[in-house]
Design a protein around this ligand. Structure first.
Ligand code: MN
Length: 392
């Protein structure tokens, strides 16, 4: 468990305007409020709000959001009230904590209603301040990371299904891809552990048979780009078992034919260099048809930007490549959390606030029933005889 000094120094490392006094106070307030409570696993309850605050600090969010992470379960589970939090921490924090508590109350009702309707309610109830959603996502992420503590399979499946249907899509719409991927994969391990284990085994097999493949491919790409005057950082990221599962389902390829398990990311300094990189790669290697997508000139609905392509690359290996600038990469990982910059203060600029409008757009999209492309694919996830991710 991270202690208060570690948490504070993490926050200070990206936010020189952080409110150390109130942060410390919130840490101690949560410690006192939860002092006699335990998690299902038996460990002291306080480990949970601290873990949530830590996830929020990793997203580099502002002091009020992290304080809310520390306090998020106090209204529901302890003697603390809205007025007490208001007195101790002010209206901004009290309203945020209240917002998170309201979503938790909504969750209670979710099991009985149709999912789309609940999703709408959830978004509408919280779209006043997006920071409520950050805290709720961090809360759900930590609860999913520790879901094994529950004995009841039924309960675990209910929580995982709700995560897959509500929170992962929410993270997706907020551009928070790292959290989305983890939520999906944790849910997948509860909902269809058998399939996940098969994939994990296959991944191990492939890895054992092509040691340091990533290094070979990435250094060849790096040399090629350098020769062509492009300064790039190349990152390899292993795909999650769930993303591989989705691909197998969609493309109807078998697990045995699965070869590309690492996605390559080429991070460059400018948009011009993004296009130059595509040119260099496509000149040297064959591009695989229908794989080229330009989300730089036409961003995804959640504002994600990157150029995607797939090539028969070094060693005749088929690889997928995402090309983006540093700024686009930051957005791809942290989504709208990346709008907090801490250059002048820890409050959002008016320009950034205007970008909140897409959250309203999201509500509209949900209401008209158009599914984002990423989630359209979930409907194909049903495995006959196994658990169903979607109930119609
Ligand atoms: Mn919680």
């Amino acid at each position: 468990m991270i202690n208060s000094e570690q948490l504070l120094s993490k926050i200070k490392s990206y936010n020189k305007f952080s409110n150390i006094g109130p942060l410390n106070k919130a840490y101690n307030f949560a410690l006192e409020a939860h002092k006699n409570q335990k998690r299902v696993s038996g460990i002291p309850y306080i480990a949970h709000p601290i873990a949530v605050a830590n996830i929020l600090a990793e997203l580099k969010l502002d002091s009020a959001t992290i304080i809310t992470g520390l306090l998020h379960d106090t209204l529901e589970d302890t003697k603390a009230t809205y007025d007490i939090v208001l007195n101790e921490f002010g209206k901004e924090v009290a309203d945020l904590v209240d917002g998170v508590t309201k979503i938790s109350a909504l969750e209670e009702k979710i099991a009985d209603n149709s999912q789309a309707e609940n999703f709408r309610k959830l978004i509408l109830a919280t779209s006043k301040d997006i920071r409520v959603l950050f805290v709720k996502l961090a809360d759900r992420l930590h609860n999913m990371r520790t879901i094994d503590a529950f004995q009841s399979t039924l309960k675990k499946k209910r929580i995982a299904k709700e995560t897959m249907e509500i929170y992962a899509p929410l993270a997706d719409r907020m551009g928070m891809n790292t959290i989305r991927d983890e939520l999906e994969d944790l849910s997948f391990s509860v909902l269809n552990n058998e399939a996940r284990n098969l994939i994990v085994e296959r991944l191990k097999f492939i890895k054992n048979n092509r040691l340091d493949n990533f290094n070979v491919v990435s250094s060849e790409l790096a040399v090629l780009l350098k020769e062509n005057g492009v300064e790039a950082i190349i990152i390899g990221r292993e795909k999650t078992p769930f993303s591989i599962w989705r691909k197998i389902q969609n493309k109807k390829i078998s697990l045995e034919h699965l070869t590309d398990i690492i996605g390559f990311r080429v991070i460059v300094n400018s948009i011009n260099e993004c296009y130059k990189t595509v040119g260099v790669l496509h000149s040297k290697y064959s591009a695989i048809p229908f794989k080229f997508k330009d989300y730089v000139s036409t961003p995804k609905i959640n504002k994600y930007q990157s150029i995607h392509t797939a090539i028969i690359g070094p060693k005749k290996q088929r690889i997928e490549v995402q090309i983006r600038t540093h700024e686009m990469n930051d957005f791809a990982e942290r989504g709208i959390a990346s709008h907090w910059k801490y250059k002048i203060s820890e409050k959002l600029s008016e320009l950034s606030l205007k970008q909140y409008d897409w959250l309203r757009d999201l509500v509209e999209i949900m209401e008209t029933g158009n599914s984002p492309e990423h989630y359209y694919e979930f409907t194909k996830l049903n495995v006959p005889g196994k658990c169903f991710l979607f109930y119609s």
